[in-house]
Design a binder for this molecule. Structure first.
Ligand code: GMT
Length: 386
């Protein structure tokens, strides 16, 4: 198939999922055309059958706000026509779903064919898309897509409730490449000497440091854990809450043991060095960063919110605590980090879950099947049943 993929390029789950999916589809022989306004970071390098098309937003003195949505739709039209794309698969509803619907209208008006698939990732429904400024257009983009997928059952239900949608929304979980995200082992060693010079345990948090991630709770939980055992915290990523996290670490007297590593291209090189992943989000539709950690054999301490319970089984491969309950997260973390047998069992279960339930071989064919169904269906997504 000839597939277009549009996504955000920045450090964020939707761009990662879109890029990894594109690479997997190309490996399976499909031709993949990725549209974004910068090279998505997980797409770097040369990959056979993957083509990147940069979208430029025209500036003009008259425009206080350059019309990004129109430029994106025009780029989709250009690429769809040039490469005879069959499907435009957009990741994150705002504004990509609307752009793709516009592009399809134009392509069809010129006697072409293009099907639109929208994958909902989370904040496009729960935070951004339901803002009054975007609500109606988000609903329109979703309703008019030929097929819609959500990355968790939780998000599917939330979309129905928020937007009053009754047509099918296909739940397709995210996946992780377990070959790349491997546990620490003699074959995949990790230089812990600088990270944990005194043999400390290592907790790790990876995110884009947005308010929804509850970054202060990472630091607060760590401060509680550190009172009980020798431990350090690795903070990977960048975003608006980073300066506050630094200040809080100072304030709580743990700054010397918190290492801010910045955004990292290859998080799979750092994750295996750590012992425990922490994700105290106020909301999380899936938690891809947690899944990547689990694939590296790390138990996860997270919040009982959104789709996280579809990824983490509390008490088996991690623990889920109420949002904001740092004491609960710290107690669980201490229990896991001070009992080697328990830690090893949870790490093994985490890896097993990632490999058995969330492998690309299990997930990507679900997208391929959806593409085939949508391409061969004339009347659009209302005929496509989950
Ligand atoms: O997590 C973020 O802040 C980024 C955001 C995105 O769309 O780029 O992530 C969302 O999509 C990820 C991939 O499907 C999910 O794993 C994340 O849970 C989801 N984030 C939230 O729901 C906050």
């Amino acid at each position: 198939m000839r597939i277009g993929i549009a996504c955000y390029p920045t450090y964020g789950g939707s761009g990662v999922v879109a890029s990894e999916l594109g690479l997997e589809l190309a490996r399976r022989g499909h031709e993949v055309h990725v549209i974004s306004y910068a090279m998505p970071f997980r797409l770097q390098g040369y990959h056979e059958r993957v083509y990147y098309h940069e979208l430029e937003v025209t500036a003009y003195p008259l425009f206080k706000h350059p019309p990004f949505t129109l430029s994106a739709a025009c780029k989709m039209i250009e690429i769809a026509q040039l490469y005879r794309l069959e499907v435009m698969h957009v990741h994150y509803a705002v504004p990509w779903a609307v752009c793709a619907n516009l592009a399809r209208e134009v392509v069809q008006a010129q006697d072409g064919q293009l099907k639109v698939i929208t994958t909902l990732h989370g904040t496009d429904i729960t935070l951004v898309g339901n803002e009054p400024a975007f609500f109606e257009m988000t609903r329109f983009g979703i309703q008019r897509s030929d097929a819609v997928t959500a990355v968790s059952s939780y998000l599917e239900a939330a979309t129905r409730t928020t937007f009053g949608i009754d047509a099918p929304i296909h739940v397709i979980h995210n996946c992780v490449d377990s070959q790349r995200f491997q546990p620490r082992s003699p074959g995949n060693p990790c230089k812990r000497l600088n990270l944990a010079p005194a043999g400390e345990k290592l907790m790790i948090h990876v995110s884009n440091f947005r308010p929804v991630k509850n970054v202060p709770d990472v630091v607060k939980t760590f401060a509680l854990v550190r009172k009980e055992l020798k431990c350090r915290l690795l903070m990977v990523g960048d975003g608006p809450e980073l300066p506050a996290a630094r200040s809080l670490a100072e304030e709580l007297g743990v700054a010397a043991d918190v290492l801010f590593l910045g955004p990292q291209q290859a998080v799979e090189d750092i994750l295996p060095c750590a012992d425990l992943f922490i994700l105290p989000s106020a909301y999380e539709s899936f938690g891809l960063s947690a899944l990547e950690a689990m694939s590296c054999g790390l138990p996860v301490i997270a919040t009982k919110i959104g789709g996280l319970s579809e990824v983490i089984t509390s008490g088996v491969d991690g623990w889920l605590c109420p949002v904001g309950d740092c004491r609960c997260m710290a107690q669980r973390a201490c229990a896991v980090l001070t009992d080697d047998e328990h830690h090893e069992a949870m790490g093994r279960a985490a890896r097993k879950k990632a490999v058995e339930h969330f492998s690309p071989d299990r997930i990507v064919p679900q997208y391929e099947e959806l593409y085939r169904t949508v391409i061969s269906t004339d009347k659009g997504w209302k005929l496509v049943r989950a």
